[in-house]
Ligand binder design. Structure first.
Ligand code: FE
Length: 195
């Protein structure tokens, strides 16, 4: 097998689309809908899921027992979202997601992966020295906090349910969704209140 650098998923998808149209295999119009699908893949969807889980205990229970179904309840489903597994942060345990093989994420709720997540450095180091990588990314964990690293695959797309920050009591779902970040759902950051 070749060890050459592989182009990004976006570039590969564009090349496939171009070839299909050129050969007349698909009409242009059906590819427009593919572009629309990509636009729907937004980590802000995940922020809505987290905010709902923080404010609705029944929803949170459903989310933790069947992530795929609970995300679909809010309309977030589709390619690379078939096997969503949600892991919950606690004061004593920090969850962290990586795809050591490539760059899998749960597209419907995390969107396409950010560049740092795809980097060989993150993928290799976060398994060996997660605390150090987290510290470099600005998250200093107390020694008593355990770190769990989850290796996402094609069949388990992990998403972190971060801790709800102190001081956000009584906030609406919309307010909460606005402070959830993509990084917090990958597990490399906490959710904090705006300064
Ligand atoms: Fe992957």
């Amino acid at each position: 097998m070749s060890r050459e650098e592989v182009a990004s998923p976006e570039r590969r998808a564009a090349a496939v689309a171009e070839a299909l149209v050129e050969q007349g295999a698909v009409p242009d119009a059906s590819l427009d809908s593919l572009a629309a699908v990509e636009e729907r893949l937004d980590w802000r969807n995940g922020a809505r899921v987290v905010a709902k889980a923080w404010t609705d205990p029944d929803y949170k229970a459903r989310l933790l027992s069947d992530g795929t179904a609970a995300c679909a309840e809010l309309g977030f489903e589709g390619p690379q979202g078939e096997y969503i597994v949600v892991v919950e942060d606690t004061p004593d345990c920090k969850n962290l997601i990586v795809c050591t093989q490539c760059s899998c994420t749960a597209w419907p709720v995390l969107g396409l992966p950010p560049d740092w997540y795809k980097s060989p450095a993150y993928r290799a180091r976060v398994v060996r020295e997660p605390r150090r990588v987290l510290r470099e990314m600005g998250l200093d964990l107390a020694p008593r906090v355990a770190v769990k690293v989850w290796d996402t695959t094609a069949e388990t797309r992990f998403v972190v349910l971060p801790l709800r920050p102190e001081g956000s009591e009584g906030w609406s779902e919309d307010q909460l969704a606005a402070i959830v970040t993509r990084e917090s759902m990958i597990g490399v950051a906490r959710v904090t209140l705006p300064a």
